[in-house]
Design a protein around this ligand. Structure first.
Ligand code: SF4
Length: 360
């Protein structure tokens, strides 16, 4: 831990918050703070723009401010850096804020998968690679180089439809659940999908299975959302008759099948916003977001779907002390913890992101 951070942890939290407020005012339009919905409340309160990955990526692409502080995780800051100009800096307050799902697929593994597919079919003519935005810049670059695209949980269906329009098969990584839930909602049969397990020959499939499949799902998942179980929905329905179960599509197929509504964080928020007073919800996504919805909708009883705490620990790493340290570094003219994607990776990655943004 840096000396500065250590000093900040010794100060009372109110002093840290007051200093953030003062510096935020002082830096004015030189800084934009983007905050993901899963951020803790004390940090989220300082977000100039809040949203899910899609909204924040669009915001990063549209802004010209010199410094963007991304209160989120590493892949989000990478995406912002790819979409912003060289004169802008993108700062991740805690560089250790990663994503366990993004770590489940790397460039070498996906390149190896593509090479193995080439032994069975002609992937550059038959397979569109689609990466969830929760992935490294390297994987976005892979998609850019191979006619592929990026998706988010908010636009997955539109992107997947586009990808099938390009080529007959899709290789979807790293989240098997988002790929599977999206395809099922589009009417694709389970028999048309196979799972690619990295490290196994042909991902654990036969050549015939790969030739027949329309969707090849990478065996990755979110360690937070996989904790929700369908029995949690049963329990909630028994305890609170009339309750609606809302699930994020990173949850397993079994959970999404029993949910009343499946959607991205933005969709879940809109669904709750638009519901009449008295509506009851049990929500399967990160606890910080569920707690915030509870606070902002006192007229609508809201429960967390799981009896266990499911919170993204890496999102939680960004605390007021890290945010203050980032602001202080900018004020001193030395922005720290910059996320810089090398040009050779950023250019093809931007192509894949732009394809997504062009879909609207
Ligand atoms: S909630 Fe899951 S997918 Fe989202 S950042 Fe955390 S680990 Fe990654």
């Amino acid at each position: 831990m840096s000396d500065n951070l250590e000093t900040l942890y010794q100060q009372p939290e109110e002093a840290v918050i007051a200093r953030i407020r003062a510096l935020r005012d002082e830096l004015g339009e030189r800084v934009l703070i983007l905050g993901h919905h899963y951020q803790r409340e004390e940090v989220f309160a300082f977000a100039d723009v809040s949203g899910d990955s899609l909204k924040l990526a669009q915001q990063a692409a549209a802004t010209d401010v010199p410094h963007i502080i991304f209160c989120g995780v590493h892949f989000m800051a990478e995406t912002a850096d790819i979409l912003t100009g060289d004169h802008q800096s993108v700062i991740l307050p805690d560089p250790a804020a990663g994503c366990s799902m993004a770590d489940m697929a790397d460039g070498a593994q996906v390149t190896d998968c593509w090479a193995q597919l080439a032994g069975v079919l002609n992937p550059d003519a038959e397979v569109t690679p689609v990466t969830y935005i929760n992935s490294t810049a390297e994987l976005k670059a892979f998609c850019g180089d191979h006619g592929g695209i990026v998706c988010t949980s908010g636009n997955a269906e539109r992107v997947v439809r586009w990808a099938w329009g390009e080529r007959g098969k899709i290789l979807f990584f790293p989240d098997r659940h988002l790929g599977e839930n999206t395809a099922l909602a589009m009417g694709i049969a389970p028999a048309e999908m196979v799972l690619w397990q990295p490290g196994k020959p042909l991902g654990g499939n036969t050549a015939e299975q790969l030739k027949a499949a329309r969707l090849i799902l990478w065996d990755g998942f979110c360690s937070v959302h996989q904790l929700f179980q369908p029995e949690h929905a049963d329990t909630m329905r028994q305890q609170h008759p009339g309750i609606e179960v809302l699930a994020h599509p990173e949850c397993s197929r079994a959970v999404c099948e029993v949910a009343d509504f499946v959607g991205s964080t933005e969709m879940i928020i809109r669904h709750v916003d638009e519901a009449p007073a008295g509506s009851k919800f049990a929500i399967a996504t990160d606890l910080n977001l569920v707690n915030r919805l509870r606070l902002t909708h006192p007229d609508k009883p809201i429960w967390f779907l799981s009896p266990m705490v499911c919170m993204c620990s890496t999102m939680f790493r960004t605390d007021p002390q890290h945010l203050l340290a980032a602001l202080e570094a900018i004020a001193a003219g030395e922005p720290g913890n910059r996320i810089i994607v090398p040009k050779a990776v950023a250019e093809p990655a931007r192509r894949a992101l732009q394809r997504m943004l062009d879909l609207g």
